[in-house]
Design a protein around this ligand. Structure first.
Ligand code: ATP
Length: 248
């Protein structure tokens, strides 16, 4: 089996690389031969209509579901079919569309609980950093259930930060949040990128994609149908009509 030159060149020193990933659910092929790789500190956006396979792709990368074929490499290591907890320990962080928090624990305890397996001793210091990075210091003693939806997204981001991930998957992290919260999230992304963290982002907010993603993958029917910088993707007539809306 021959491999495209672009894959061969980047896969060994990439932060994250997937090759020919496939996932079927009965008669549906949700992910159909997806390959791409991310350099360290790169931000790659994934766009595509509902049902195009974006969430399934995240699940395969994070180990929530095993692929039927293909490989996932994290920092050069083959992590295909590893359980999710082990991939997380290997340096992969993830947020969900609906934040998964401990509702009746405080913001502070939610942060500390995220560090349990990682680093107990450094946890308080890192939790302070998370409060500062995400500007949720004022609500540190509030229960997670008392936070606004946007603050809950910030806290979930903070819980990912606690584990000092090398690669982070963000699933519609700014969907429906107040512009101020969006700004905080963008600032945090830029700071972590500056510290070498790599991001893979599913996003419907095209403004966010344009602002922050260096490269974009367009998915449709489980396949990558276009790939490139935002300006290039935005020029593609088909992509424009289907996903970006008309801009005149
Ligand atoms: N657990 C599952 N069992 C059966 N079919 C599934 C399962 N998960 C996803 N699918 C199907 O796989 C396809 C891809 O779905 P997926 O959720 O990955 O798309 P998506 O691009 O993330 O969509 P959205 O933007 O709505 O989240 C869809 O046809 C979906 O119905």
């Amino acid at each position: 089996m021959s491999m495209p030159a672009t894959d061969r060149d980047t896969r060994t020193d990439s932060s994250l690389a997937v090759e020919r990933l496939v996932k079927r659910f009965g008669g549906i092929t949700a992910v159909n031969g997806v390959s791409f790789s991310l350099a360290r500190a790169e931000i790659l956006g994934i766009i595509g209509p509902n049902g195009s396979g974006k969430s399934t792709l995240f699940n395969l990368i994070a180990g929530a579901e095993p692929p039927d074929a293909g490989t996932v490499r994290l920092a050069g290591r083959d992590v295909t079919r590893w359980p999710a907890w082990r991939i997380a320990r290997g340096g992969l962080g993830r947020t969900f569309q609906i934040p998964s928090l401990f509702d009746n624990m405080s913001v502070w305890d939610n942060l500390l609980a995220a560090a349990v397996e990682a680093d107990w001793q450094g946890a308080p210091e890192r939790a302070e950093e998370a409060l500062e990075l995400l500007r949720i210091g004022e609500v540190r003693d509030n229960l997670a259930s008392e936070l606004s939806g946007g603050q809950q997204k910030l806290l979930e981001f903070g819980r990912v930060y606690m584990r000092a991930p090398k690669v982070v998957l963000l699933d519609e992290v700014t969907a429906g949040v107040h512009p101020n919260i969006r700004k905080i999230i963008l600032g945090a992304l830029r700071r972590l990128k500056g510290a070498g963290v790599t991001f893979l982002i599913i996003e419907h907010d095209m403004e966010m994609v344009r602002e922050i993603c260096e490269r974009i993958l367009v998915m449709d029917f489980g396949e990558v149908v276009a790939e490139g910088p935002f300006a290039e993707i935005a020029r593609d007539k088909d992509v424009q009509q289907a996903y970006l809306g008309r801009r005149t």
